[in-house]
Design a protein around this ligand. Structure first.
Ligand SMILES: NC(=O)c1ccc[n+]([C@@H]2O[C@H](COP(=O)([O-])OP(=O)(O)OC[C@H]3O[C@@H](n4cnc5c(N)ncnc54)[C@H](OP(=O)(O)O)[C@@H]3O)[C@@H](O)[C@H]2O)c1
Length: 371
């Protein structure tokens, strides 16, 4: 039996020790064995970092081509399995895990094959889908129960064809995971635009890079145009927590918590930096398109098939524990990553070079003033 004196001594030691043991303090109650299909590009390394910090073990399955640009040092604690999903999953043979997180889904048959191979060897299947399943985005508040397009319409071409193909691929892949694992073991996350350190698309990164410089900053869109986005770490950490609690279901995964407009977004993002800045709103979609500013993620002109692209209903995710970092933190961390040497010079040049929107911004503003 613990005496009162022993109890006080123990709790006093615990109080002193706690700040020195952040990893133990954050550890999940039940360590899991996690298999990530993928794991080394953008979302994956953040899942790895959070999962290891929670005391889980991580195995990745990749072709061994992509190198992480964040958390590189942590990969010595990860078991790497090598294989190409278009050739099979031999490297997974005879193994079992508590959860699989499928980030590398690019074809419906890959989802079918992985779910069938792992059905009896893994408890839960987390599938990384996308709000792209809702294309064309036509609603004011698009919930998870919205009926999805499951075939690319005949005659779709150009951008619409690409959007339909991606959405249909994700929608059908989700359906395969639910069919094979069952609704009670399938965790489907549907992220909107993911941003943050390690983002290889360099779409949202435009804003951290541009706002750090200050000066006259073009802001595309009308004052009320809605935007949605989410920090990669918020997605990664929530996925791991959903897996820990085995919270089955399908979840829109978008932020911020309250509706956001493009104008309020740039003001909040600018708070990450101190350079004096003047915003120049340009609210004529046709003028913007003529000058090659069709979209600037998170801004997309909310018209036609994209009307609802930033109108995903996130109430289910909020009720199930999705949380958000402050925007200024995401913006600052993304800039620091961009500026750290992790991004090759040719990729940097594509975002900032003379032919880019950033490189032509002053001209576009001058043309806007002359019109
Ligand atoms: N970025 C966004 O805004 C956004 C928004 C919504 C949804 N999503 C979804 O988020 C998911 C996460 O993407 P991520 O790139 O960040 O994930 P990740 O887990 O960090 O990386 C993707 C991995 O897939 C592996 N891979 C690619 N082709 C493969 C193949 N044929 N066989 C085996 N492995 C293969 C890559 O490694 P190797 O190259 O070495 O094989 C890499 O490790 C994707 O499914 C995407 O559709 C992204």
């Amino acid at each position: 039996m613990t005496t009162r004196r022993e109890f006080l001594t123990t709790t006093a030691h615990a109080a002193i020790a706690a700040p020195l043991l952040p990893l133990v303090e954050r550890a999940a109650p039940h360590p899991m064995r996690i298999l990530i299909l993928g794991g080394t590009a953008f979302l994956g390394p953040h899942i790895v970092a959070y999962a290891l910090g929670r005391g889980h073990s991580v195995t990745t399955f990749t072709r061994g081509r992509t190198e992480p640009t964040v958390h590189r040092g942590l990969f010595r604690h990860v078991e790497p399995l090598v294989g190409d999903r278009s050739e099979g999953l031999d490297a997974l043979a005879g193994r079992s895990w508590d959860v699989v997180i499928d980030n590398s889904g690019q074809r419906v048959e890959w989802a079918t094959q992985a779910a069938e191979a792992l059905r009896d060897r893994v408890e839960s299947y987390v599938y990384t889908s996308s709000t792209g399943v809702y294309y064309p985005y036509l609603g004011d508040s698009i919930s998870e129960d919205t009926e999805l397009v499951m075939e690319v319409p005949v005659g779709a071409d150009g951008e619409a064809s690409r959007e339909y193909s991606y959405g249909v691929m994700k929608a059908r892949s989700e359906a395969e995971v639910r069919r094979i694992f069952g609704e009670d073991r399938a965790i489907i996350v549907r992220p909107t635009y993911i941003m943050g350190p390690g983002d290889r698309t360099h779409r949202f990164t435009y804003w951290p890079v541009r706002l750090e410089r200050g000066g006259e900053v073009m802001v595309p869109g009308k004052a009320d145009d809605p935007v949605q986005y989410i920090d990669v770490r918020d997605v990664a950490e929530w996925m791991v927590r959903l897996a820990e609690t085995r919270t089955a279901g399908t979840f829109n995964t978008a932020g911020p918590a309250a509706p956001m407009t493009m104008h309020r977004f740039v003001h909040a993002a600018q708070g990450a930096f101190s350079a004096p800045t003047t915003f120049v709103p340009i609210d004529d979609y046709a003028f913007l398109a003529e000058h090659g500013v069709g979209y600037r993620i998170p801004w997309i002109p909310p018209v036609g098939n994209n009307y609802g692209s930033a109108r995903a209903d996130i109430s289910r995710a909020l009720a199930n524990g999705l949380t958000f970092r402050p925007l200024a933190e995401s913006v600052r961390d993304t800039f620091e990553w961009w500026d750290s040497g992790a991004v090759p010079a040719d990729q940097q040049a594509r975002l900032t070079g003379p032919e880019s929107v950033m490189g032509r911004e002053a001209e576009i503003i001058a043309a806007w003033r002359r019109r």
